[in-house]
Design a protein around this ligand. Structure first.
Ligand code: EZ4
Ligand code: CO
Length: 405
């Protein structure tokens, strides 16, 4: 089964998505997600100019060889642009292999380890009360785990919280130039412990609570936060600090038993090898789209399992439903799966472009049994929503210093 053609699409049904389609001479095609938020066109050009020409005529069944060819073979390893391209090709090839076999991808990975996938939803509010009201709505919808974010009094905009009071801010996604947000660790500390104290008071101890620091704290500040939050029993604290220096997590780890999660920006196992091997984290948040696809994530999950690290794939709105589908197959298979981040199934335009059978009920997701990834991409529908340049915000301290986004 030879690769005949590779097409790359960019559409913007509310935000940009890059989708790869591989067409074979057997009449089977597969799709993959290559969306890199704010850098979409770099991946498009990388795929069209540098990747696609090398793959025409190859056997679409050779997933591992193609992965190694695109990773080792090109000399320039790692990196977000490169690995998003590798990821999309890899997903599309798994989709094709599943369709050729007449089996959903999770069966090719080894079959189901569980019946359904536990999701965590987002409650993001303008103040503590607003966040807790939103948490209550989600608990009433059946969610067993909720990530709580709240605006920080005194700061103009806070990560994860609405800009225009209408919508979850990351869904707006169409900014011709990067907006800027302010950060103050002190102001954040004045709010964050109260948020979780009030949440436990109001909802009791059964619901799982999570929080994303979005890398705004230094390791010792994260250690302090982890310690202060211990009484409220978080499922995990996400991106407590940047871990370019993986050893720095030892500082956090030696001070707190609050479980730690990291990895949504990671491209390869090398970004987290020490974190995992030294048991400095509890959940790995790597995403199929940004860490080299299903082939790479399967390998990372197996490595993590040796050190009691669970998987908790990134599920933000800038990952396309194709990535969500890929995660569903990995999640239902991985013996060490933990939890899947979930921000809803998207708007109507998105549902018309990406069609799938994943069911979400009572905070649990059910994998599709259709062959391959079980998701289809409507090219014509997608062409109605062309690419628009768009950026993530940039974060600055109150004195103007550029800070971690
Ligand atoms: O800010 O995906 O856990 N989720 C996150 C996301 C990230 C975006 C960046 O592109 O941290 O919302
Ligand atoms: Co995050």
């Amino acid at each position: 089964m030879k690769i005949k053609e590779i097409k790359v699409f960019v559409c913007n049904p509310g935000r940009n998505f890059v989708t790869v389609k591989i067409i074979t001479d057997a009449g089977i095609h597969g799709i993959g997600d290559a969306t890199l938020n704010g850098r979409e066109m770099a991946v498009v050009s990388y795929l069209e100019e540098h990747v696609a020409p090398c793959l025409i005529g190859r056997n679409a069944h050779d997933i591992e060889d193609i992965w190694q060819y695109l990773y080792k073979g090109v000399y320039w390893r790692k990196g977000p642009v490169n690995m998003a391209a590798v990821a999309a090709i890899d997903m599309a090839l798994w989709d094709i292999k599943g369709k050729a076999a007449g089996l959903p991808v999770y069966q090719l990975l080894g079959g189901k380890s569980r019946q359904a996938v536990t999701l965590y939803a987002h409650a993001s509010g303008e103040d503590i009360k607003d966040t807790l009201d939103k948490t209550e709505e989600l608990i009433n919808q059946g969610f067993k785990a909720v990530r709580l974010q709240s605006a920080v009094p005194g700061l103009n905009v806070t990560y994860g919280v609405l800009g225009d009071k209408k919508d979850y801010y990351e869904l707006q996604g169409n900014r011709p130039l990067p907006p800027e947000e302010a950060w103050s660790t002190q102001k954040y500390f004045n709010m964050i412990v109260d948020l979780f104290a009030q949440a436990r008071e109001r909802f009791g101890n059964d619901v799982h609570l999570l929080h994303d620091v979005h890398s705004r704290l230094t390791p010792i500040e994260s250690a302090r936060l982890g310690k202060l939050l211990e009484p409220y029993n978080l499922m995990f604290l996400e991106d407590a600090s940047i871990a370019e220096n993986q050893d720095s997590y030892k500082v956090i780890r030696q001070h707190t038993t609050t479980p730690l999660a990291i990895g949504e920006t990671y491209n390869t196992i090398w970004d987290c090898k020490d974190l995992i091997q030294n048991q400095l984290i509890d959940y790995l948040r790597a995403a199929a789209t940004h860490a080299g696809g299903i082939t790479a994530l399967r390998r990372m999950a197996d490595f993590a399992s040796i050190y009691n690290v669970k998987t908790a794939p990134h599920g933000a709105p800038d990952l396309s439903p194709v990535c969500f589908a890929a995660h569903m197959h990995l999640n239902i298979w991985a013996p060490n799966f933990g939890i899947q981040e979930f921000v809803g199934l998207g708007n109507e335009q998105l549902k018309q472009i990406f069609k799938h059978q994943i069911k979400v009920e009572q905070g649990m997701a059910y994998v599709s049994d259709a062959p391959g990834l079980g998701i289809e991409f409507d090219e014509e529908e997608a062409s109605k929503y062309p690419y628009k340049r768009s950026y993530l915000p940039v974060s600055r301290l109150e004195d103007g210093t550029v800070w971690n986004w």
